[in-house]
Design a protein around this ligand. Structure first.
Ligand SMILES: *[C@@H]1O[C@H](CO)[C@@H](O)[C@H](O)[C@H]1NC(C)=O
Ligand SMILES: *[C@@H]1O[C@H](CO)[C@@H](O)[C@H](O)[C@H]1NC(C)=O
Length: 611
């Protein structure tokens, strides 16, 4: 099955129409294009040697793209230097233009030179273009065991409004299988590099379609939305909180997902999925956390050296094509590294995008929360963004904190540049909150003294003293009870582990032994629990917590029963040599129930630990 040839058909027409249009007297004496297809974000570096063959000086160079590519263009940058040999180049301003008489199928950009290129002179121009959604998964749906194949379409000739004397194209592939690629004369595939050319004396607007169909299992991490909150506290901290909604943007998973299959051989049975994301945080980041709606996720790893802190996060489940997950990461940064003052103003200077590697953010919202009382807010960003202001209230705020919001679609790692927010801030404002706190503490202090005076008179056999003794006793017993429940949960975990071992080793005998041991432990723990519960129940101080304890006992017992039943089902099915998928189906509803119970038990335990 061959991938569709959409782009090519369209362009042949365009090129024929347009070839005759006369351009300035520029000639490209050499064009080398390097395309990097190793991730889902496509980067093209075009190195041009532009010569002025006419007599008039030229101050703009045109760059052409088919609309179908231009709509996926996330960033374009041009660097130029004049001279026979290539020297240090400087960045050139670039803008979108509409030259007269061009067909609507092409989009033009114009790079403005710092000084006009005179007759016979040579300009070295490097153009970096970055595209998103350029690689099409083909097929669009794959199973859990399949590799992901994608299609790349372009032209073997550089689409240029000027004639090109010599040109080459090289395409770097991620390694792995190459299903097919368009072959012309001068085409070769060596290792993971596909080369076209050199081609000589190609006329303007020459377009020669090529298609490359290859394997790419690198993470297609796409954030549908990222909200980045940067909160400045003049007490020494810049707090960053990032809320992600991430989807695997590659070929969709079809058929059912089997966790047993995945767990037994994750690399063979889930090559197209991704399990980790890497965030590169600033070197002095501290108090780093990673959580989702269920709670903190501890399966993250952190490395740091003097230049950066690297956080590897692992979502609760692997992501396959089309699957989504939401989570939050947060960290603090030292104020003096990011907020400075100049000309009577202060300014924040920090990077705009996400610290995640190779991620495409379809919608990025950056919120800069300034200290209460900040004025004259001003922003300087290296690219256009939508901007507006909001107000955020937190405890102790009176007027609220001004929030500057910046929004940008299609953000890629190349947008991770510094931007600045300038604002005026009066140091007196800094004292308002502490003054409020001091006043508050003072009042509390006065209240305490008043209370002490009255309560000093409590004698050892007064009712309130006895009540306190009883309460202390209840607390101590509840602590012991909690200990027992934590032991129960540990036994649950052991049961789970024995099932995982079973899916690897197939050893049903030791799995059964584990269940027997667990059963004995449960009985033992139940025996220990009984007198403790009776003691709490009989105390008049326990009227509030007793219902929670009863609930906890019931939930834990139900979870125990479900776990044992599921354990028996799985062992039984494995002994009867049933397929992994069938087993998975049989236990999936039990599985959900158990997970829900576990959550309830844990939150009850948490409630008890706070009394
Ligand atoms: C999650 O981790 C953060 C940072 O380690 C900690 O401050 C917070 O209390 C934790 N939350 C829970 C619910 O464990
Ligand atoms: C912002 O910080 C970057 C990196 O430290 C630095 O290169 C840049 O000059 C700073 N910008 C301003 C306006 O201070």
């Amino acid at each position: 099955m061959a991938p569709p040839l959409r782009l090519a058909a369209l362009l042949v027409v365009v090129v024929a129409v347009f070839a005759s249009a006369a351009r300035a007297d520029l000639v490209i004496s050499r064009a080398d294009r390097k395309v990097d297809l190793t991730s889902h974000i496509v980067r093209v570096l075009t190195s041009l040697k532009v010569e002025n063959a006419g007599s008039e000086p030229v101050s703009k160079v045109l760059l052409a793209f088919p609309n179908i590519q231009a709509k996926n263009l996330a960033a374009i940058r041009a660097f130029g230097t004049e001279g026979k040999v290539k020297g240090l180049s400087s960045i050139l301003p670039i803008e979108i233009v509409e030259p007269s008489g061009v067909p609507p199928e092409l989009t033009f950009f114009s790079a403005s030179l710092h000084k006009p290129l005179t007759k016979g002179k040579i300009l070295h121009l490097d153009v970096l273009t970055v595209f998103t959604h350029f690689l099409q998964p083909f097929p669009e749906e794959i199973t859990q065991a399949d590799s992901q194949l994608v299609v790349f379409q372009d032209s073997s000739h550089y689409l240029s409004p000027y004639p090109v004397k010599v040109q080459t194209l090289s395409i770097r592939l991620p390694g792995g299988r190459v299903e097919s690629y368009t072959k012309y004369g001068n085409t070769k595939l060596v290792d993971s590099e596909l080369k076209y050319g050199p081609y000589e004396d190609v006329p303007p607007f020459s377009y020669n379609p090529i298609i490359v169909h290859f394997e790419n299992n690198n993470p297609f991490a796409v954030a549908k939305e990222l909200i980045r909150e940067i909160e400045i506290s003049h007490w020494g901290n810049v707090q960053i909180t990032e809320h992600y909604n991430i989807v695997h943007g590659g070929a969709r998973l079809k058929g059912e997902f089997s966790r047993l299959d995945y767990q037994s051989r994750p690399y063979a049975r889930g090559v197209s999925s991704f399990r980790h994301l890497i965030a590169r945080l600033p070197a002095r980041a501290h108090s780093i956390y990673y959580r989702d709606e269920i709670g903190n996720i501890s399966t993250s790893h952190l490395w740091s050296d003097s230049k950066k802190t690297q956080l590897e996060i692992e979502p609760r489940f692997p992501l396959f094509g089309g699957w989504q997950t939401t989570f939050t990461i947060g960290y603090g940064l030292p104020l003096q590294d990011f907020v400075f003052s100049a000309d009577g103003k202060r300014f924040l200077n920090i990077t705009f995008g996400s610290p995640m590697e190779e991620i495409l953010i379809e919608k990025l919202i950056v919120k800069v929360v300034l200290p209460e009382g900040s004025k004259d807010i001003d922003v300087s960003a290296p690219f256009p963004t939508n901007q507006w202001q909001e107000v955020k209230y937190s405890h102790l705020d009176i007027a609220g904190r001004p929030v500057l919001v910046l929004e940008k679609p299609d953000v890629i790692p190349e947008h991770n540049l510094h931007f600045q927010v300038y604002y005026k801030f009066n140091n007196i404002s800094l004292l308002i909150e502490p003054m409020m706190l001091i006043t508050g503490f003072f009042l509390l202090f006065v209240a305490c003294i008043a209370y002490m005076h009255t309560d000093m008179s409590i004698s050892k056999n007064s009712p309130s003293y006895l009540a306190k003794l009883q309460w202390d006793e209840v607390q101590a017993t509840v602590q012991q009870i909690q200990g027992i429940f934590h032991q129960c949960l540990a036994v649950h975990d052991k049961l789970e582990t024995s099932l995982h071992d079973l899916s690897r080793s197939g050893d049903a005998k030791s799995c059964k032994a584990a269940r027997k041991a667990a059963d004995a432990q449960f009985k033992e723990l139940a025996k220990e629990l009984k007198p403790l519960l009776l003691s709490v129940q009989s105390s008049p101080q326990s009227y509030q917590i007793w219902p929670k304890l009863e609930d906890l006992v019931a939930k834990e017992r139900e979870m125990q029963e479900k776990l044992m039943a599921r354990h028996a089902t799985v062992v039984d099915s494995v002994e009867k040599k049933q397929r992994g998928q069938d087993i998975e189906n049989r236990i999936s509803s039990q599985q959900q129930k158990i997970a829900a119970l576990r959550q309830e038990v844990e939150s009850l335990l948490e409630y008890l630990s706070e009394i």
